[in-house]
Design a protein around this ligand. Sequence first.
Ligand code: MG
Length: 186
Amino acid sequence: MRDPILVDCDGVLSDFVFGCETAARQMGFELDWDPSQYNVFHALNDRNKKQLMGYINRRGFVEELEPIPEALIGLAALRDAGYDLICVTAPWNGRYWERERKQWLRSHFGFRSKDVIQTHHKHLIRGKTLIDDKPSHCQAWGTTSGSPALLWDATYNREVDYEDDGAMNVIRVQSWDDVLAGLEAI
Ligand SMILES: [Mg+2]
């Protein structure tokens, strides 16, 4: 069996940041948020952070996240090209999170339950590559596996420039066409 492509969820398939921002605004929080920071929590005081955390942990939060439209087309293209896909996603602590994530991935992206791995230790999972928007995950995976990880470009991860450090084994991608081209080169 060929090594699968490992695909992150939040920020790559699901619009987690928008979900958090929407929740925070619905809760009436003052939100002076710089989108170059991934973590919307940075824009909140301690009390509001705690309340938003509670909101994220409630039933239905994951279910209501919006899929990123380009990702629907991108994953279909990868499958059409014959790649096997495994979703590797770091869970939050809420009691509903993991179950809802699996249901969400199945209904929006057709992932079977057995093709979803929920862990923070992504570098332990074997694959052809990891597509992820978090630089630390890509760096850990790329250096451990010896195969390049694909860093999904986002406003909040541009402070990291891996072009100057090939040893990190990370390639930045800005589209699913970039992903397909990158996979041919790996
Ligand atoms: Mg992510």
